[in-house]
Ligand binder design. Structure first.
Ligand SMILES: Nc1ncnc2c1ncn2[C@@H]1O[C@H](COP(=O)(O)OP(=O)(O)O)[C@@H](O)[C@H]1O
Ligand SMILES: [Mg+2]
Length: 203
């Protein structure tokens, strides 16, 4: 099944390629035009802004909270019926230390607010939080793509691995676009979600 898109593409491979290309152009523009400067990235609003900017040419749902229940592998992200409450709770989470910022990021990943493109928009949001609060960002070239995904899969249960992986990659090079763009590449573009019915939760 191909995600409905503004490009009129009916083939998932073609869509994945276009989506990768177009979201990278937008990510560069976001950085070059300093569109996030001044945004403290404290709340979901900043993440929604990033998501909208990356995907508005491709999807109607850009910047909007999803309306279907999503799972990846055996992990079910927050059910739609709890999503707004969960996002309001995350907005209130502190973010003054590295540990707090990663904990907030992990919670946002469990919420997984968008139908697609959570990884890319959230890594930019994470960098923005780190930049504003600590004057540092992640050097994504020091984060192995597979190690990162394994640590994220593990993070809802135990966040020590993702904290370790991200901490050793912290850098003061906040104006280096190459490092920032490497974070966009930590996505697996051809991998979708399975949908689940909320009723199953009561089983
Ligand atoms: N099984 C899982 N459990 C928890 N988080 C996961 C799992 N699989 C993937 N993720 C997270 O979801 C992200 C992918 O989300 P997705 O919406 O496909 O965004 P993108 O297309 O930008 O990569 C990964 O980068 C990872 O952080
Ligand atoms: Mg994806």
């Amino acid at each position: 099944m191909v995600l409905e898109n503004k490009l009129g593409l009916m083939d998932s491979l073609a869509l994945a390629k276009q989506e990768e290309r177009m979201s990278k152009i937008r990510a560069k523009q976001l950085f070059d035009d300093k569109l996030l400067s001044g945004q403290v990235a404290r709340s979901f609003e900043t993440l929604a802004f990033i998501h909208r900017f990356l995907f508005e040419e491709i999807y109607d749902f850009a910047g909007k909270v999803r309306t279907v229940n999503l799972a990846k592998g055996s992990f079910r992200f927050a059910p739609v019926m709890y999503l707004e409450t969960s996002l309001a709770h995350i907005d209130q989470m502190p973010q003054s230390t590295f540990e707090e910022i990663v904990e907030k990021y992990v919670e946002m990943n469990v919420a997984h607010p968008f139908r697609e493109g959570n990884g890319r928009s959230m890594r930019i949001w994470l960098d923005q939080m780190l930049k504003v609060e600590l004057g540092q960002v992640i050097d994504w070239s020091k984060v192995g793509k597979e190690d990162y995904l394994l640590a994220m899969e593990r993070s809802p249960i135990r966040d020590i691995e993702i904290k370790y992986i991200l901490k050793q990659a912290l850098t003061d090079e906040v104006s280096n676009r190459e490092l920032y763009m490497k974070g966009i590449d930590h996505s697996y573009y051809y991998e979708g979600y399975t949908l689940y019915q909320a009723e199953e939760l009561s089983c």
